[in-house]
Write a protein that binds this ligand. Structure first.
Ligand code: MRU
Length: 351
């Protein structure tokens, strides 16, 4: 099993996703600042993985704090959360994780410092285990939607590498394959960071799931040729009305799917649903370094001085989404009601 991230005695250990697929190396972050850097530089990426990494970073900072009073520890916690909260703006799982750790701390503040530290670490570990369980549940719900046989297209990497394990969109595909469905995955390359060709293809090859990598501009032609029976992608933030922010290029895939009569599914845990965000226009979109566009493997691909845009995400309006697969079941239009119903009983922080 791929260990995307893990709590260890010497720190938080990540598979270094910037080095895949050619090098399988691991980095151990010994401080919360190093965890923040790992999120910022995309050593760890993918919304649910970012959420769990944030929780583990916070736990690391709290565990190593020299604070002598709970009030002092709370001040440090706020600072740690502030640093981690400034790493990447779009995936709401980051903020969901920060809020959950803050709530847990509030719950514990009457306890001795040693116990607070221990339980904060336990909470982060629970979030890791819960994410894997949520992905497996999404897989069970979503696998029924995929064809018994044929091509399934995905964009970016919403797999084990983007989560604590198993994956959201790739979890649905994995579950369908486990049920005996004969799925052939078409993985969009996903320019500019190449999460599809580097990461999705890597993890599907490891599992022996038949996979074809295509460049992003081939997706429409593949759909028109009848090679794609369904599309399943992940999400970084889902607004209350069902609009979905995901990796740049997802919107084009969704529109092409509609044109070709192919169902476009989104698989995401409820920690990705932001009911405080009314619609997609309010989702903050991360702008990344232009160098990701101008250079491929260190080689310059555009003339000096040309203008560049590099938004990391786009928003797919809810009307293109056939269903949203969550760990609690499948939401369909109208999403304002179905998402609220699924998220409504969101569990309280564990005592
Ligand atoms: O910039 P990234 O690689 O963090 O973007 C990842 C995506 O867009 C994924 O599709 C999304 O986070 C869902 S991961 C289960």
């Amino acid at each position: 099993m791929i260990q995307t991230l893990e709590w260890t005695d010497s720190g938080v250990r990540f598979i270094d996703q910037t080095k895949l697929p050619t090098e399988e190396t691991y980095v151990t972050c010994k401080t919360y600042e190093q965890v923040a850097d790992a999120i910022r530089t995309m050593i760890v990426r993918g919304a649910p993985a970012i959420g769990v990494a944030a929780a583990m970073g916070i736990a690391l900072g709290v565990k190593d704090s020299k604070a002598e009073s709970v009030a002092e520890l709370k001040k440090e916690l706020d600072h740690i959360c502030d640093v981690i909260g400034k790493t990447r703006p779009t995936a709401v799982n980051l903020f969901w994780a920060i809020e959950r750790m803050q709530r847990k701390f509030e719950h514990l503040r009457v306890r001795p410092i040693a116990q607070i530290k221990q339980e904060i670490v336990e909470e982060a570990k629970h979030m890791h285990a819960e994410d894997i369980a949520a992905n497996q549940a999404m897989g069970r719900h979503g696998a029924t939607l995929l064809p018994r046989e044929g091509g399934v297209l995905t964009h970016c990497n919403a797999g084990a590498l983007a989560t604590a394990g198993y994956g959201t969109a790739l979890g649905v595909i994995r579950a369908a394959v486990e049920q005996g469905k004969k799925i052939h995955v078409y993985a969009d390359e996903t320019r500019p960071f190449l999460q599809g060709s580097r990461l999705t293809a890597w993890e599907l090859m490891k599992d022996g799931i038949p996979t074809t990598v295509i460049s992003d501009n081939m997706a429409g032609a593949m759909m028109r040729q009848g090679k794609i029976g369904a599309i399943v992608v992940g999400a970084d933030r889902i607004a209350a009305n069902g609009d979905v922010a995901n990796k740049i290029g997802t919107y084009s895939v969704a529109v092409l799917a509609k044109e070709n009569g192919i169902p476009f599914y989104v698989a995401a845990p409820l920690s990705t649903v932001d009911l405080n965000c009314p619609d997609g226009s309010k989702i903050p979109i991360e702008q990344r370094n232009p160098k990701e566009v101008t250079h491929i493997a260190g080689k310059q691909m555009v003339p000096d001085g040309v203008l560049i845009e590099n938004p990391a995400f786009d928003v797919t309006p809810a009307k293109y989404v056939a269903a949203i697969i969550t760990e609690r079941g499948i939401a369909r239009e109208p999403y304002a009601a179905s998402l609220r119903a699924l998220a409504g009983v969101e569990s309280e922080v564990r005592a």
